[in-house]
Design a protein around this ligand. Structure first.
Ligand SMILES: [Zn+2]
Length: 186
């Protein structure tokens, strides 16, 4: 055991170093996917993944937290380690169609997602926002979702929007558990 450990490269951990999520994701940054899990049409019954996720267990659906109006879930094809999405339970495409209650909880869950990511990974910055419509880059335009993408200084595994990474289910499971454990209370 000691001999095996001493043969491993020394880990550099500290301020400005790659965080746990980045180390977790590094082996997978060059894997690409072929556009799986896209809904076939505009309706809620058309294989919409964001409508299907809440029926799954947290573990199977990679759900980090569930509210009254929205839920937080890991992106299966993250731009960066820990890439979360906040999604209304209701199948709705346009931000202007959200109810006041949905709007408020989407904002609140975005804040909590930032808090959880800071606590679990030391995220130093975030890209946050929604792509509205396929023309704007929404992968699943029929069901809106707020992206919360953690960033670190000098992060090297940030993927452009066109280059989705595929990660191993076990790594996503570990990340889901880490974030669920530190998810801020109301
Ligand atoms: Zn939907």
């Amino acid at each position: 055991m000691l001999a095996r450990m001493s043969s491993e490269p020394e880990q550099q951990i500290g301020v400005g170093s790659p965080d746990a999520f980045q180390r977790l994701w590094t082996p997978h940054r060059m894997a690409y996917i072929q556009g799986e899990n896209k809904p076939s049409g505009p309706g809620a019954g058309d294989n919409c993944p964001f409508c299907a996720i809440p029926a799954k267990s947290d573990e199977d659906g990679l759900v980090v937290a569930r509210g009254e109006q929205v839920y937080a879930v890991l992106n299966l094809y993250p731009y960066n380690g820990g890439h979360l999405m906040v999604v209304p339970f209701r199948h709705v495409a346009d931000y202007t169609d959200l109810t006041d209650e949905e709007t408020a909880e989407l904002a609140d869950y975005t804040k909590r997602a930032m808090g959880a990511l800071r606590a679990a990974s030391g995220a130093q910055g975030f890209n946050i926002g929604m792509n509205q419509g396929a023309v704007a880059g929404a992968g699943i335009a029929a069901h809106l979702h707020q992206h919360i993408v953690p960033r670190w200084g000098g992060d090297t595994n940030f993927m452009p929007v066109v280059g989705h990474t595929k990660v191993l289910p076990q790594l996503l499971a570990d990340t889901r558990r880490m974030l669920a454990e530190v998810w801020p209370a109301a």
